[in-house]
Design a protein around this ligand. Sequence first.
Ligand SMILES: Cc1ncc(COP(=O)(O)O)c(C=O)c1O
Length: 377
Amino acid sequence: MQRENPVPINDLRRLYAAHADVIEQAALDALRSGWWLNGPRGKAFSEAFAGYLGVSDCVLVANGTDALELALRAILGDRDAGRHEIVTVANAGGYTTTAARQVGLVPVYADIEAGSQLLAIDAAVGALTAGTIAVVATHLYGNAVDIPALRQAIDRAGFGNVMVVEDCAQSHGARIGARMTGSMGDVATFSFYPTKNLGAMGDGGALVTGNSGLAASARKLQQYGWSAKYEIAHRGGRNSRMDEVQAAILSAMLPHLDINNAERRRILDRYEAATRTAVRFIDRNEGAVVHLAVALSDDRDGFRASLSQRGVASEIHYPILDTDQPGWVALPRREGPAGIPVSRKNASAIVSLPCFPGMTEAEIDRVVAAISDWEAR
Ligand SMILES: Cc1ncc(COP(=O)(O)O)c(C=O)c1O
């Protein structure tokens, strides 16, 4: 008997094939224009994306980690990093910590909610000190942190000067009520890494904000710290920009974002209907999108082995907490006063299943059957 191909965790060739005509036209036009950086296609995409989110400013940069770094640098301004801190979570892949370390800020880790895996607002507020300059809330797996509630809690605790950064690398198109993720904090960052809900065909990122001062700072910092051509008036500048080919491709793909998000959601709905007690998908709020189909399982390794036997790929996002990354053990960091027990417990229970636009019905059925088999064992 011929074995079926495994169900992959993702297959970007299918996304490409579904949109090849518009992608190829967009890329070809950009290449033939002879204008490959800082041109009209970047301007068009930044305006379209700002319009989609309902924000005034969108600064295109090279990737999502740069966007986080530039956001933190813009917030820090002319202050020395010194012992200044940011509060964030330890379970979101390390990108915020990487950015904070580039700027010289100390990461302070707050715990997450058990059901959603998102930053727990109480824990974030409990971790604030006089040295905190920002809370970075990651909308992990497509699920949205309630930013207005976070803002209110921070203000109520007397930290009105602390800024809120939304990391939207996994939440393109997600909402809290009527407001898009990326439009509620002081500043927000996006990655357009190819597997993201809105992905480029290479690297890309954006910083978005309704704060004109932060936008102006970010624009200078992304371009060497220039105040005018060849005049460096701001320290901490560097080069980070998106090329015109990627911007053109993103403009071509933006109109498909909501449709592709609905497709991911439909797939996860199918999986959720097959779960009983052994596997539980993480809680999603009303306006959430699905970036990854992440479940919790007490016997995660057994479940993964069973999936693999049935030809279903799985992954772990993310296997190592920021607090435990070997390269960072000697660097300054701390946990909030309540520690991070939920983050620690769930790191050994999370597992991501295939969920991407272009999955066939037969593949979705196979994943559903594999979940059902594990539940029935
Ligand atoms: C939550 C989160 N933040 C930030 C990033 C960083 O984005 P990039 O890979 O474009 O630097 C990613 C993904 O890679 C991410 O998943």
